[in-house]
Design a protein around this ligand. Structure first.
Ligand code: SAM
Length: 218
């Protein structure tokens, strides 16, 4: 099938550019599956892309909305210097607990703070400033998360939002569900927003067809 092609393609590139995942990444995936978490983490290639971005920017403080089992968290936290910090927000106590286990296994528990609760309530209590924010939670609240990320990310920092393409459905008026509408509300808002400059990069790989929005905080 079509997806087999893209799984093969990701495998081909990952073998060359990423190599075999280490014990902690393997543990995080296995522990998440064993704990019944949904298979909705970033792909390996996407996670490494964010990791490289954070290293390129020399990010010292990273904000994440949507932890799940901490797969993207591990990749991002590994880009931090010794005194770096990552704050990640998760509504599910179960997901947060699995993430804490996975982060501890990766030796990152001292750099990462997992905050449990609806992100809409946690975000206003967080203080600036961050170099990078990664938004990957309930899409219904994307606009609120984006506004909070703008408050928290320094000028010259970046805000990345996952799943803004979703097999092209975001651009298809036939899809009127709250998930898709949440993505649209954010994109429509950014159209007149003088505080960011942004673009969407569509992606394809072993997690299907989707895309990141990448916004530079002005
Ligand atoms: N970033 C993760 C990764 O790549 O490994 C995947 C995150 S997953 C797509 C989305 C997560 O957001 C889920 O764990 C879900 O429980 C969480 N979530 C959903 N609604 C939320 C909310 N209102 N506040 C905080 N987290 C929420």
């Amino acid at each position: 099938t079509d997806m087999d092609v893209w799984k093969r393609s990701d495998r081909y590139h990952n073998e060359r550019l990423i190599g075999t995942p280490d014990a902690s990444l393997i543990h995080s995936v296995e522990n998440s599956v064993k704990s019944g978490l949904p298979n909705i983490a970033l792909s390996e290639a996407q996670a490494k892309f964010l990791h490289l971005l954070a290293r390129t920017f020399k990010a010292k403080r990273i904000l994440e909305v949507g932890t799940l089992g901490g797969y993207s968290t591990i990749w991002l936290a590994r880009a931090l210097p010794e005194d770096g910090e990552l704050i990640t927000l998760e509504i599910s106590e179960t997901h947060a607990e699995v993430a804490r286990q996975n982060l501890a296994h990766a030796g990152l528990d001292s750099k990462v703070k997992v905050i449990v609760g609806p992100a809409i309530e946690s975000l206003p209590k967080i203080e600036p400033s961050f170099d990078l924010a990664f938004i990957d939670a309930d899409k219904e609240n994307n606009l609120e998360y984006f506004k909070e990320a703008k408050r928290l990310v320094r000028q010259g920092g970046i805000i990345i939002v996952d799943n803004v393409v979703c097999y092209g459905r975001v651009s298809d008026p036939e899809y009127k569900d709250e998930w898709t509408e949440g993505v649209r509300r954010m994109l429509d808002y950014i159209k007149g927003d003088k505080e960011v400059d942004a673009t969407t990069i569509a992606t394809v790989g072993d997690k299907g067809y989707d895309g990141f929005m990448y916004a530079l905080r002005l």
